[in-house]
Write a protein that binds this ligand. Structure first.
Ligand SMILES: C[S@@+](CC[C@H](N)C(=O)[O-])C[C@H]1O[C@@H](n2cnc3c(N)ncnc32)[C@H](O)[C@@H]1O
Length: 199
């Protein structure tokens, strides 16, 4: 289940229900279920989807009636090929003016201090934080790269930074500490939330 603040962010950013919403990279479909419960008509996709989550990557989703909005919860950074998938989303799946609600993990902001904190919390005290940062940057797209690719088709809002690491294999009980360290300037904010409006 996504963190309560993540659900609240998505619900506040979406147009009012009922609306047709595409969830990109829906994982186990938990957020889609919450949104259906709130009255949205949700199509959830994920290449490894099961049950209510259609097992297709974004680029292969066949166009139907255009969606009013889309949500990508910590998934855009995995989408490949990024530019072609976003072009498909904008040109064939969303209606003009539709919102894409993005909640991201920004590996460009991740540094060795944040990596050290997270590695210690998950019991990986022996792992080199510099190696971890390099590994993450090699494997997922950064928020600046996502925003640049989105800007071809969307008007992209300024990102709102925030805590993220507590959501990655930790839990809500670590959120306050992460936020305190961010506020004290001891670790960077690695969460990034922004909305892109399809032109
Ligand atoms: C970090 S998980 C997030 C899952 C879920 N949104 C959540 O918040 O728990 C990223 C998801 O993006 C999916 N994904 C990867 N490539 C994708 C693509 N091309 N189109 C749609 N989803 C994709 C992955 O399969 C994975 O389930």
């Amino acid at each position: 289940m996504p963190a309560p603040d993540a659900i609240a962010y998505v619900r506040a950013a979406l147009p009012p229900a009922p609306a047709r919403v595409l969830e990109i990279g829906a994982g186990d479909g938990a957020l889609a279920q919450v949104l259906r419960g709130a009255g949205y008509d949700v199509t959830a996709i994920d290449p490894v989807g099961e049950g209510d989550v259609l097992p297709v990557p974004l680029l292969e989703l066949a166009p139907s009636e255009p969606f009013d909005a889309a949500v990508a919860m910590t998934s855009l950074h995995h989408v490949e090929p990024l530019e072609a998938s976003l072009c498909h989303l904008a040109e064939r799946l969303l209606r003009p003016g539709a919102r894409l609600v993005v909640d991201e993990y920004d590996v460009a902001a991740l540094d060795e201090r944040a990596a050290r904190w997270w590695l210690d919390k998950v019991g990986k005290q022996d792992e080199d934080p510099a190696h971890f940062v390099a590994h993450m940057r090699d494997h997922i797209a950064s928020v600046p790269r996502l925003r640049e690719a989105l800007a071809v088709h969307f008007d992209v809002s300024e990102p709102v930074p925030g805590a993220y690491l507590y959501r990655h294999k930790l839990g809500l009980e670590h959120r306050a500490e992460e936020e305190r360290l961010i506020a004290a300037g001891e670790i960077p904010a690695t969460g990034s939330r922004f909305i892109a409006i399809r032109r």
